[in-house]
Design a protein around this ligand. Structure first.
Ligand SMILES: Nc1nc2c(c(=O)[nH]1)N[C@H]1C(S)=C(S)[C@@H](COP(=O)(O)O)O[C@H]1N2
Ligand SMILES: [Mo]
Length: 524
């Protein structure tokens, strides 16, 4: 690029900043459009966000989850957009002063984003192209805008020059016309990127066309009393649309089922490779299983229950023949997430599936389409790898997983938990008969009893809904004779081994929160 510093500037600073901002928008929109043809994670905002998520220190991650909950990704995206906007405006101001300086800042930003794109787990060599192309187009636009930007008044004239006079400067109108056109162009490019984004459309239509095979071993019909209808009580089955979502993906991985392969390797007698058609043709089983996140606070709702259709992981592992010294399976997703699952848990006969169906539907893309893992009794971060593509049979001593590297426990058995759903938070109820209700879970041990304490009274047993087995949550309810005043309700569960849920309060990290859920209600 030719540098004719003398031709641009001294541009009035607000115009230079606006030019920078707009060229930043053009850069991103152009890169976004190019990324629609390359890969979703090659788009600069997504790549930078993804790299940021992976590099986030644990304390910041904890803070983000605690403060923003499942909105953390939205907050991150907004923060990145604001930072990029500021830096783009700064590049505009710099370029108006010295073209080379502004261009250098823009190029550095482009290189940072391109590096992020190139180092994403599934990145190919082409992944740098969208950002680099965007940066070049952005620089051309910046040059174009600055050359036609209103010029600052010389210093000695400034006192005499009123704001209106600057406004009437001859090329102000031209600049704003150009700026508007550039903004429109960026907007249209962005919209085009959304529409042609081929990957998500291909995957969505393939998913829609997929019809799931019938299981060889269907789930036993739900007991009649599994789902109690109490207003405000969590339903036994969570709709796919209501199912909590936790993952590190800023752009959902778009994994094509036709090209999907699962490699099973590592400490095995023979490597195994499975295709999606292999899974469709295999003997599938169906099971109800509650999934829980280790980041669920006491009383929180990062848990969901679904009917899963899938292929037992144990069968794939036995086919491969794990070596006696192996004790862990490291699963990897298409987006580079990893989970360490104890090998003995996968082989002990419990439900541990390569799932392809969720509540009678193909897996939603957000929940791992085309294939994810679900394992009874373990937190999601050590077992529920979505978009799974690789199983390495290995040892805890040799390999660590995504969250283990960030300070979380390598093995994550689910801790016993119970939650009050009704009465709701800040709800006022009328004196007399009131139903207290909620859910409790202790996956794979089961829930044997739930107890309620009103204020400092003694513990009383709640009534329990039926369950298909020990791997799901269990609804409970308690008929309470409410008396006027403020009351504090506390719940605890007893698991299938007779162990009482601990009241000792533990934080989320490193292996899950403990403590009793309480709720204060006002009775009138
Ligand atoms: N690929 C991938 N799989 C993942 C994760 C992830 O970040 N990436 N998060 C795990 C965690 S922490 C949980 S709790 C579950 C959540 O599954 P869901 O989003 O379907 O509820 O997915 C697990 N599988
Ligand atoms: Mo999780």
């Amino acid at each position: 690029m030719r540098c004719k510093t003398e031709r641009v500037g001294p541009t009035a600073r607000p115009f230079a900043a606006l030019a920078g901002l707009l060229s930043g928008a053009v850069t991103i929109a152009t890169a976004e459009l190019a990324a629609a043809f390359v890969s979703p994670t090659s788009a600069p905002l997504i790549a930078v966000g993804g790299a940021f998520v992976d590099l986030t220190p644990p304390w910041l991650k904890d803070f983000a989850i605690r403060t923003f909950g499942t909105q953390d990704k939205l907050v991150l995206t907004i923060a990145i957009v604001l930072v990029v906007a500021l830096l783009s405006a700064a590049a505009g101001v710099l370029a108006a002063w010295r073209w080379a300086a502004g261009a250098a800042l823009a190029i550095i930003l482009g290189l940072v984003a391109a590096t992020a794109a190139a180092t994403r787990p599934a990145a190919g060599p082409l992944d740098v192209a969208p950002t680099l192309l965007g940066t070049v187009v952005g620089l051309l636009v910046l040059r174009f805008l600055l050359r036609r930007a209103p010029v600052r008044q010389p210093a000695d004239d400034r006192r005499a020059t009123s704001a209106q006079q600057v406004a009437r400067a001859p090329n102000r109108r031209e600049f704003l016309t150009n700026a508007t056109l550039v903004a429109l162009g960026a907007g249209l490019t962005w919209a085009a990127a959304r529409t042609v984004s081929t990957a998500s459309r291909t995957v969505a239509s393939a998913r829609a066309a997929l019809s799931l095979p019938a299981p060889v071993r269907p789930a036993a019909p739900l007991p009649a009393g599994a789902s109690v209808k109490i207003s405000g009580l969590t339903p036994f089955i969570t709709d796919n649309d209501d199912f909590y979502r936790v993952d590190t993906a800023l752009a959902l991985p778009q994994v094509d089922a036709a090209g999907w392969r699962l490699k099973v390797h590592g400490l095995v007698d023979r490597e195994v490779e499975l295709t999606f058609d292999d899974l469709l043709a295999a003997d599938l089983v169906e099971t109800y299983l509650t999934l829980t996140c280790v980041s669920n606070e006491v009383g929180g709702n990062l848990a969901g229950n679904a009917k899963w259709l899938g292929y037992p992981i144990a069968r794939v592992l036995r086919q491969a023949g794990p070596h006696p010294d192996a004790d862990m399976v490291l699963s990897t997703s298409a987006d580079g997430f990893t989970a360490s699952t104890p090998l003995d848990v996968l082989l002990d006969g419990r439900d541990a599936l390569l799932a392809i169906g969720m509540n009678g539907q193909p897996l939603p893309v957000a929940h791992g389409y085309p294939v994810r893992m679900v394992v009874a009794g373990l937190y999601g971060y050590v077992s529920a790898t979505k978009w799974v593509v690789d199983l390495e049979v290995t040892r805890f001593a040799d390999r660590t997983a995504y969250w283990t590297d960030r300070g979380w426990a390598p093995r994550g058995p689910v801790k016993t938990a119970s939650r009050i759903d009704v009465p709701g938070r800040f709800e006022t109820v009328q004196a007399g008969p009131v139903t207290i209700a909620g859910v409790a879970w202790a996956q794979h041990r089961g829930i044997e009893a739930v107890e309620i304490k009103v204020d400092d009274d003694s513990w009383q047993r709640a009534r329990l809904a039926q369950v298909p087995g020990p791997d799901t949550w269990r609804q409970w309810w308690f008929p309470w004779a409410a008396t006027p005043g403020e009351h504090r309700l506390t719940v605890r569960a007893i698991d299938g081994t007779g162990q009482v849920q601990t009241g000792r309060e533990a934080p989320l990290a490193p292996d899950g929160a403990t403590g009793w859920h309480t709720r204060t209600v006002t009775v009138t």
